[in-house]
Structures are given as C-alpha cells and as structure tokens.
Design a protein around this ligand. Sequence first.
Ligand SMILES: *Cc1c(COP(=O)(O)O)cnc(C)c1O
Length: 506
Amino acid sequence: MDLVQWVEKLGRFIPPWLAQPLERGLRRVPFVRRQMEREYTRLLEELRQALKPYHDMPVFTRLPETGWDRMTLLHLIQAMVGREERRWQQGFVSGTVYHGGNELASLIHQVYALTSHTNPLHADLWPSVSKFEAEIVAMTAAMLGAEAAQTMDPDARVCGTVTSGGTESILLAMKVYRDWARATRGVTEPEIVLPVTAHPAFDKAAHYLGMRTVRYPVRDDYRADVDAAARAITKNTVVLVGSAPTFPHGVVDPIAELSTLAMEQGIGFHVDACLGGFVLPWAEKLGYPVPPYDFRLPGVTSISVDTHKYGYAAKGTSVVLYRSPDWRSYQYFTATDWPGGLYAAPTVAGSRPGALLAICWAVMISMGERGYLEATRRILETADFLREGICAIPELRVLGDPLWIIAFTSDEVNIYRVMGGMERRGWRLTGLQFPPAVHIAVTLRHTVPGVAERFLTDLEAAVRDARKLPASEGGMAPVYGMAASLPFRSMVDDLLRRYLDLLYEP
Ligand SMILES: *Cc1c(COP(=O)(O)O)cnc(C)c1O
C-alpha cells in the first residue's frame, strides 16, 4: 500500500480538528517525509509528460545572439500549436475554448492587426478605444437588467468597466465593498460571505486585499443555503456573493433571496455571472426556466460577467458592473502629486491592450442579439441531449438541476477513474471535489454534429473500464483522485505549488 492510500484510510478516522496538528507532527517524521517526497515525485513525473512535451524543439534560456527570421519563427510556433489544435477544435474539451469558429477567429485576427498598438491609458491618442470600452459596458449592462433597474429606482444607473478577466472583475468589486465599508461604517476587518461553491477568485481577492472569506454550505440541490448565509453575517460582513451559475455544478444560486437578505442587512451583493452573463439572458428569451439573477433584483449591487467566455471575445476581457456610479468610484485609483504627471486608472493595470477592447466590441457587434440567441439555443439543446444521455447510464448520477454545465458522479464506480478513461479517449473533463465528481461545460465546440454522440459512447466505455481496468496513469485524473482523498490539505497545497514550479522549468 502506498502512502496516499495509507493516509486516505487513516483519514477516515481523523476528526477535522485533529487533522492539522496531526499533519504537522507527521510531516516531521523522516520516514513520512521521504514517502511523501516519493509520492510527489511520481505524480509530478506523470504530469511532466503532459506539460513538457517539446523535447524536439529548440530551448531558449537566454536571448539568441542574433534574432531569428520571421518565417523560421512562425514555423516553430505553428509546429507547436498545430499539435495542440486537435483536442480543442474537435470538441474534446470542457469549457475553455468557447467559440472556435473560423469566421469569428478571422475577424478577431483582423481586428488585432488593426489595433495592436493601442492603449486606453492614453484615451486622447485613441479615443476609439475608450468608445469601444464604454459601449461594451453599456451593451452588457443592457443585457443584465439596467433599464428595468432604473425604472424601479431612479438612483440606479448601471455602469462599470472592462477588466482583464473574471478574476480581476471580482477582485475590483471586492475592493469596492472593502473601501465602501471602511469609509461609511469604519469596518477594518472586512468579510465576504459566500457559498462553498463560489469561485476561488474571491479567496484570491481576499488574499490580496486583506479581507476574509467566510464560506457557508450549499443545500442538497447544490444551491446556496440562504439560512446559512444569514447566520454567517457579522458586523464585519461587507458583501454577500451568489453565482449565476456556479462553476462546479452549473446551478443558479437563490439570487432573489440573497438580494433580499443583503438589503435587509444594508450590505453589498455581488452576483458572479462570469459564466452565465452571456447565456442566461438568451436562455430566458428562449423560454428556459431561468430564475431572476440580475439588476432587476433591487439588492444586486454588482455583477461580474466574462466577455471572454460565452461572450466569445478573445481571452483577456471581462466586465464588472455596478448599480450606480457611486460604487464604481471606489474602484478607481488616482495619483495627484506624482512628478510624472496626473495619473488616473480605472482598473488594476496601467497600460492595457486596446486591441482586446476593439476585438471584444467587434465580436459583440458582429454576433448581435440574434447571434447570441442562436449560439445559446445550440448549446442548451446539446446540453439537454448530453444530460439525458448521462442520466441513461445506470452507474452515473447528475448533480443538481443544471442548464449547460453538467456535473455528474457515480455511487458505483470511482468517478476519477471514469475521468481517466475519458482522458485516454482524448477528452478533457473538469475534475470536481467535495463530493468527487466531474463536469462538462458545453460550448459551441460540442454542438458540431457527432461530438455529443461520441461523448456519450466514450463515456459508456469509460464507465465500463472503470469497473475492470486498473487506475490510469498520467493526466489530471490521478491528481484529483489523490487530492480528493487526502484529509491533509497542506499536502495538496504543496503539490499545487510544485505544479506551478514545474510550469516555469524551460
Ligand atoms: C471563469 C470564472 C471566474 C474567473 O474568471 P477568469 O476569467 O478565469 O479570471 C469566476 N467565476 C466563475 C463562475 C467563472 O466561471
């Protein structure tokens, strides 16, 4: 029996309060340290094979003495990305590449070529770029109930900024609530109250901003437990969080109830619609059962929504929206006394890639309402088909009641073995934990004829394999298998840090 299995068995008998001190003690024992070292090395060796495949390519650890010519360089890049194309293009991947159509790609490339030198930090040089940004924000706000909000409440004037991604949108919103609570209520130890399923970007924001996250459980349907949220609120709470939908299980939290709770408590309420902001408005129009989740609810004070996911823009843009400009002002940074001049920046970055704003704007204008409706229709139809197919496999069970991000697990076979079996067949599903499960986030790549059928055929085979074949090696499945079973989270933390170190080996 290897160390991991041993720790796993042991872990079942350890109450959580004992796990940490016990772990600290155990890790000081030389035998345990050696065994752990061996285990990490084995897992990382397997990962290395997937992450460092280019042994046949030139390696640069310092600048070449003279620069390479353009054609050789382009060939080299083509050789590498060419090998990587098949998996995402043919729809083997959950989420990740959200559109991938040739025509849209070609539009994106042309717009980049026209605007690669632009930077909205210098709005006087490129007023076109600030026009693009302002209109991206306005169009996104209009999708998420800005008009209805203003009709109900004349003070509501939904506004926002474009950021570099969901993480930055969330970070900035959390900064807004921290600074608002400090200024208006003198809160010095601000807390974010959120369900366990909310994205780790909130923990990252708390980590950077000197805040604290307070996580509460979800109900049996994987949606936030509003009573638990109410119990978690203290005088230090500055904001509640809900997801529309959650990343792990694709379900929409009870946003209306959380909105009411936030208003009663006089605190902020952030809706993380990073995944759903460009799907739910259209799903609603198509007649799917979508509960309220946007500014039409009076307690919603901010929303994050990723244009670089289901908005189909190039990677590197997201929108953060606020109910009124008073909130947004807490996001801004200004320097008035610098010898380098007067300085004002709306988001974390100083210089920003204007080309990404131009692309995002162009993609939105080129898709139009009809384009997004049609994309959403195809995604939801494929998701319905997949969900029924997964439910029809007797060993599998779908978690919650999702729309297009379908999480499933098994009470009969190890689900990470199923994930491994899918990896052997070229698929890349997302591993989940607590409880162990996997999900597929359906994108336009999966709506191409034949892809969903192939998924279900391969999934049935992977379930059969999981019953009889030994656990697979390599890929992410064994890492999830191990991480989910360890009662000692600092061992997982170690492993993740070594994974990041590995990425930086040339
Ligand atoms: C993707 C995602 C984020 C983080 O966005 P990034 O663009 O990866 O920084 C946050 N919340 C949810 C629900 C997401 O799906």
